[in-house]
Ligand binder design. Structure first.
Ligand code: PLP
Length: 402
């Protein structure tokens, strides 16, 4: 028998499977709302003009292709930390943030999981919101942590189950790790308010939980990188030590370049140096050192007085287009089509995704009858909508729920 005859076939990835079905569909009206990648007004992938300019500068500089250090391009990671923690951040100024470049957000989470599994002294348990990004569970499980959940989504209100969230964090064992989506919660599109974040911070303090922020969408949610960093900066100001995963996939459109960062706030420069040394020991056997091109792009933009404001405007442009699609969809369903049900959440949710409340049979019917593809949980990527397809989408939803 073959060596691999006992290897069982695994299930297809639930999100990439949607794209496969979409590709196979030949109907010209077809719409793919499965994948979390920004699309422009014409439904096309978008390379940011600031990214194109940065690439021109990089090409003109004729740099070499040598290996980066294990923790990546320090010109880039310094600026990534400044973007996340803020220009006035105390730990940043006191040189006590340990940071490494990562293979985008996924790689940052994986480095973080592995580092915590090895060095966090108090617990091997991480609490994720229910639901969370589908890859969180396998990432942390494969990192050697035990994954548990805290309540997050309230089906009845299609909103945040804040009472359930608080109860579950208060019931968690002291010093457990808790994963928090910094902004634009995926898949629900529902974020705590600033007041609620303050309460969460108090509970985390009371229970001495360890907060691990996943910030995959800074700037993409509200259009402001500062506003979207509120939770992270508030926790740091409140004296929490945090772990942070960053990604430039969405906010710079650098999906395939795989550029991100993982950081930990520490107590002193001396402690930071020890933590840095152990981050290297975690990373070296995984992939030795990260790729160079994406880090050069992000570093060039973040470090340029010309490109930085241009990029901020482009991020805002993406966020605003998504917000305008939310308004149009809400208006079509509620006012034009008088679709049964409450659709206010389409407008109040934030970021790339909306949890529509559509049921698995409805999403199935939408795919089969209307050629409209989304994940079975009813999540849609708002970025897949544009003025050319939104009316057809609203009419299809209207039919599916009646
Ligand atoms: N975290 C969340 C919540 C996400 O939604 C994503 C991407 O969809 C990621 C992390 C990681 O993405 P990437 O590895 O492309 O940066």
């Amino acid at each position: 028998a073959s060596t691999w005859s006992a290897v069982p076939a695994g299930p297809p990835d639930p999100i990439l499977g949607v794209t496969e079905a979409f590709k196979a569909d030949k109907d010209p009206r077809k719409i793919n709302l499965g994948v979390g990648a920004y699309r422009d007004e014409n439904g096309k992938p978008y390379v940011l003009p600031s990214v194109k300019k940065a690439e021109e500068l990089i090409t003109a500089a004729k740099g070499d292709k040598e290996y980066l250090p294990i923790t990546g391009l320090s010109d880039y990671t310094k600026l990534a930390a400044k973007l996340a923690y803020g220009p006035d951040s105390k730990p940043l100024h006191e040189n006590r943030i340990a940071i490494t470049q990562s293979i985008s957000g996924t790689g940052a989470l994986r480095i973080g999981g592995a580092f915590l599994a090895r060095h966090y002294p108090h617990s091997k348990v991480i609490y994720l919101p229910k639901p969370s990004w589908g890859n969180h569970t396998p990432i942390f499980r494969d990192s050697g942590l035990e994954v548990r959940g805290y309540r997050y989504f309230d089906k009845e209100t299609v909103g945040l189950d804040f009472a359930g969230l608080k109860e579950d964090l208060l019931a968690a064992p002291e010093k457990a790790i808790v994963l928090l989506h910094a902004c634009a919660h995926n898949p629900t599109g529902i974020d705590p308010t600033a007041e609620q974040w303050k309460e969460i911070s108090d509970i985390v303090k009371e229970k001495q939980l360890f907060p691990f922020f996943d910030m995959a969408y800074q700037g993409f949610a509200s259009g402001s990188t500062t506003k979207d960093a509120f939770a992270v900066r508030h926790f740091v100001e409140q004296g929490h030590q945090i772990a942070l995963s960053q990604s430039f996939a969405k906010n710079m459109g650098l999906y395939g370049e795989r550029v991100g960062a993982f950081s930990l706030t520490t107590e002193s420069p001396e402690e930071k140096a020890r933590v840095d040394s152990q981050l290297k020991i975690v990373i070296r056997p995984m992939y030795s050192n990260p790729p160079i091109h994406g880090a050069r792009i992000a570093g060039t933009i973040l470090g340029s007085s010309e490109l930085y404001p241009q990029w901020e405007a482009e991020v805002k442009g993406m966020a605003d287009r998504i917000i305008s699609m939310r308004d149009s969809l809400y208006n079509s369903l509620t006012h034009n089509l008088k679709t049964p049900g409450e659709w206010g959440h389409i407008k109040s949710q934030i970021g790339m995704f909306s949890f529509t409340g559509l049921t698995p049979p409805q999403t199935k019917a939408l795919a089969e009858k209307a050629h409209v593809y989304m994940t079975a949980d009813g999540r849609i990527s708002m970025a897949g909508l544009n003025s050319g397809n939104i009316d057809y989408f609203a009419e299809s939803v209207n039919k599916a729920v009646r």
